[in-house]
Design a binder for this molecule. Sequence first.
Ligand SMILES: [Zn+2]
Length: 154
Amino acid sequence: MATFTSDEKKIIEYAKKAIVKYNKLRKANLGIDTLYAFVMSDGGKIYDGACFETNISHSNICAERHAIANMILKETYKAKVKIVVVADPVPDIQKHSTLPCGTCRHVIREFGGPDTTIICIQYIQRKGDWIFPKIEKHKIKELYPQPYTPVKWD
Ligand SMILES: [Zn+2]
């Protein structure tokens, strides 16, 4: 079991409440549980995101980038990503949690730093309630050790 900092505990508790709130809202509107992401900025504020699915796959936006875009909207490009929570609905406990995709790993690294924390939460719907049986912790430098940097030619 991973150990968590006080900020990590804070965003995990926030995420659990928000997942239940959003899933109840979706359920009331005949929606299904979805993948959410929550981002804590270096200023300590938390931003929400959900995966945005369209009928053209390249128009889809992952929850992580949605949450980061919300951070940029409220705090401008000066904000940095300190912690990202990725919360994925699963039918049963999975051996491996869903990790951010390659594009999101890049964006998290670009708007965060090597030590930005990635917390993966598996959640399960049980009789109209939601439980959180597995939480993993990673650092973006482990998931994306050699970040892409656009080359500036002389
Ligand atoms: Zn992604």
